[in-house]
Design a protein around this ligand. Structure first.
Ligand SMILES: Nc1ncnc2c1ncn2[C@@H]1O[C@H](COP(=O)(O)OP(=O)(O)OP(=O)(O)O)[C@@H](O)[C@H]1O
Ligand SMILES: [Mg+2]
Length: 310
């Protein structure tokens, strides 16, 4: 659905997005993560043909960025929820959607059907005739998402759709996203919420001007940060820590509650040694398990160390 090669955007002397190469498959929910100013919004604007690229190329929904005729096709086939919602406040939810559908020259009957379906899905049909200015932030966000969908796009760009929403409204938006996935739409989601990314995205990309990593969350978690073995004990002690350190010839052992956390490279080789060392030093093991780093750990490591994918 998206194929980008070396996509780059410069604003004067500032490089906002540097040589992004990325594929997003049909029907995929792709999460785009990165600190403030990382270039997420800029990337979305380029891919949505809202701003021009400086160099590189990209194919979006089957059409090429940079060709005027193709960009018209791209705009027909995609929906965008921008980072600032931008609804017409004084008009009603229904009128907002109707206006955008007409901009896309939709057939009036299809438009009416879509508006009814979308506002129904967002639980806003009852309020369809009220001015948007009377809506809460969450309701406005849902109208904005409905607006991005009114012309039945195959690809949807959502720029921080749950920012500033309360947990319940955010959950509703996530459910809408999963609903759209079921309809086999492709979703490109900018978010700062790592938990959200973990829950709903098939794959994520971590951006800091350059793309630092891409993959399913599980792959990033198991591949990028340190592996650790957790040994839950009847009682921890400094003597046990020292025994494990000595046996594994490492300093990477810490105590967390009733557990020892041991840095390991190859658990299959080191776990038996850890167990032996603990038992020999008089410890009683209740449980031994592998801990994957959280997505947050991986994210922070990548963003701070700026280690790119090999
Ligand atoms: N129109 C513009 N003119 C000049 N610089 C810009 C413009 N738009 C964005 N930038 C710069 O490009 C960089 C990337 O900005 P962008 O908005 O893409 O980041 P972001 O990842 O979306 O950040 P956030 O998480 O804060 O939304 C920033 O340094 C920003 O100041
Ligand atoms: Mg942004």
């Amino acid at each position: 659905m998206i194929h980008a090669e070396g996509l780059t955007k410069r604003f004067g002397s500032l490089t906002a997005v540097d040589q992004i190469t990325l594929d997003v498959g049909d029907g995929e929910v792709f999460g785009f993560l990165g600190p403030n100013g990382a270039g997420k919004t800029t990337t979305v604007r380029m891919l949505a043909a809202l701003i021009s690229r400086t160099s590189g190329r990209a194919e979006v929904a089957g059409y090429e960025l940079g060709s005027e005729a193709d960009e018209l096709k791209i705009r027909e086939r995609i929906g965008v929820l921008p980072d600032n919602v931008g609804l017409y406040d004084s008009t009603s939810a229904y009128q907002n959607l109707e206006y955008f559908g007409r901009l896309h020259r939709m057939d009036p009957t299809a438009l009416r059907t879509n508006i009814e379906r979308l506002l129904g899905m967002m639980d806003l049909w009852e309020k369809k005739d009220l001015p948007v200015s009377t809506f809460s932030k969450g309701m406005k966000q849902k109208v904005a998402i409905a607006r991005a969908l009114v012309h039945d796009p195959v690809l949807l760009f959502l720029d921080e759709p749950t920012a500033n929403l309360d947990p319940e409204a955010a959950k509703m938006v996530r459910e809408v996203i999963l609903e759209l996935k079921k309809e086999n739409r492709t979703i490109f989601l900018n978010t700062h919420n790592l938990d959200e990314a973990q829950r709903i995205c098939d794959r994520v990309g971590i951006l800091r001007t350059r793309l630092l990593a891409v993959g399913p969350v599980e792959t990033l978690r198991s591949g990028f940060a340190r592996k650790r073995t957790a040994v839950r004990l009847e009682r921890t002690s400094e003597a046990l820590v020292a025994a494990v350190k000595q046996r594994l010839r490492t300093d990477g052992v810490e105590v967390s509650g009733d557990r020892l956390l041991v840095d390991v490279d190859d658990p299959a080789r080191e776990n038996p040694e850890i167990a032996e060392a603990v038992v020999a030093a008089g410890g009683r093991i209740l449980e031994l398990s592998q801990v994957s780093p959280s997505l947050e750990e991986v994210y922070l490591k990548l963003v701070h160390e700026e280690t790119a994918l090999p």
